[in-house]
Design a protein around this ligand. Structure first.
Ligand code: SF4
Length: 394
């Protein structure tokens, strides 16, 4: 390989804003996210703290670029369960973004919603406040599976919530599904998928179960209280999801994501296309091009830091151009269309093709990826075994 010395790219594209709401009704057994039990008394101090964090960005020295010099065109409120908040507080957060940052008028503004945590009145107010995309946590359409997962809602509540969102004017809805949970079968997964297709959301995120460290699932498996995960079955499930979703008119555009034409998640594309993003809230992560930061995860400590008017950092990592280049490769390859090595090389002022061939060229005969002119993409087998390739770049 020629000398590999990339330069930082120009980050001149609009950024995305992620706001984390760390409260949930109860904890799902597979959950590895930063969440805590919902206590209504915590809502107001927490939202006030996020507003203070927004304000502090204006006086945050060199970290603030590009968040005050450029503009955002996506806002994503995730969690946790954002829909558990009083709707007025969600709207306050959107308004806060609009007063502290420049937000493009046609921005994609998404809120994650869990079934049965909010109803028609809240949905109408969200739409009126400019929230134009809902991400609904469906996971399964079998009540027994939902119960085993520790989800605090039934399948029929999911359907009602979906219909209420539509009636409130949400014409861009994504649903989250979980495949590979112990006890799930291919037939039952097909039934869940059929019910999803009947509802006809614009976007589907289908995640394969991962055993996250510290999740209750880990202990249940360890003690043998639920059957072990059948990896072959999980692989079959993944293939089934891909094939049935495509047949139902959804384009697979990322390892776990499927969309109707024109309905890809603009916010998540920021992560997959090497864009900068601002993270606000407990446990949130942000990246300004040169630095990646992670906020304090525990809500009470996060609020306390902001009450002292200090930025709530748990960690700050200085990035190198090489680390960013490798991240860009890994994240870009999550997209089914892959990435253009010529464009990537130009962004980082290196020969990206030369780097790729030097690092994974020996895997060329394994059917894991294709390199067509300058476009590098994983094959469907490569998407299942992507860690084999990504391990070469971490
Ligand atoms: S709703 Fe989501 S964030 Fe909350 S406990 Fe369940 S998986 Fe975790």
């Amino acid at each position: 390989m020629k000398q590999f010395k990339p330069a930082f790219p120009k980050d001149d594209q609009p950024f995305g804003i992620y706001i984390h709401i760390p409260f949930c009704l109860s904890r799902c057994v597979y959950c590895g996210f930063a969440t805590t039990a919902h206590d209504p008394a915590q809502e107001e101090p927490y939202v006030n703290a996020v507003m203070r964090e927004m304000k502090l960005w204006g006086s945050n020295g060199d970290l603030q670029a590009p968040f005050v010099t450029s503009h955002a065109d996506t806002i994503y409120i995730g969690g946790g369960t954002p829909s558990i908040l009083q709707v007025g507080r969600l709207i306050l957060l959107i308004d806060g973004c609009k007063s502290y940052f420049r937000i493009a008028p046609d921005s994609e503004i998404t809120v994650e919603i869990n079934p049965a945590t909010a109803g028609p009145d809240a949905f109408r107010k969200m739409r009126a406040a400019g929230i134009n995309r809902a991400s609904l946590g469906v996971q399964s359409f079998h009540d027994e599976e939902l119960q085993a997962m520790g989800r605090p809602h039934t399948a029929s509540e999911t359907v009602s919530t979906f219909r209420e969102l539509r009636e409130a004017g949400f014409d861009n809805i994504s649903v989250d599904l979980l495949a590979g949970f112990p006890g799930q079968s291919l037939d039952r997964l097909r039934v869940t998928l059929e019910k999803v297709f009947e509802l006809a959301p614009e976007h589907i995120s289908a995640y394969l179960l991962e055993v996250k460290p510290g999740a209750r699932l880990e202990r249940l498996l360890y003690r043998g209280e639920i059957p072990p995960i059948d990896e072959d079955l999980v692989a079959d499930m993944y293939e089934e999801i891909v094939s049935l979703a495509q047949r139902a008119g959804y384009e697979q555009y990322e390892i776990s994501n499927f969309a109707k034409p024109g309905k890809r998640s603009r916010h998540n594309l920021k992560y997959w296309t090497d864009r900068v993003f601002l993270g606000l809230g407990a446990g949130a992560t942000g990246m300004n091009g040169r630095v990646r930061y992670v906020n304090i995860e525990e809500p009470a400590k996060y609020v306390a830091a902001l009450n002292r008017a200090t930025l709530p950092r748990a960690s700050l990592t200085e990035l190198t151009p090489e680390a960013r280049f490798k991240d860009a490769l890994i994240m870009g390859l999550r997209l089914v269309e892959g990435l253009d090595l010529d464009i990537l090389g130009e962004r980082y002022q290196v020969d990206a093709k030369d780097f790729v061939m030097a690092t994974i060229g020996d895997l060329a005969g394994e059917g894991l990826f294709t390199l067509d002119r300058d476009r590098l993409a994983l094959t469907s087998r490569g998407r299942l075994l992507s860690n084999v390739i990504f391990a070469r770049w971490v």
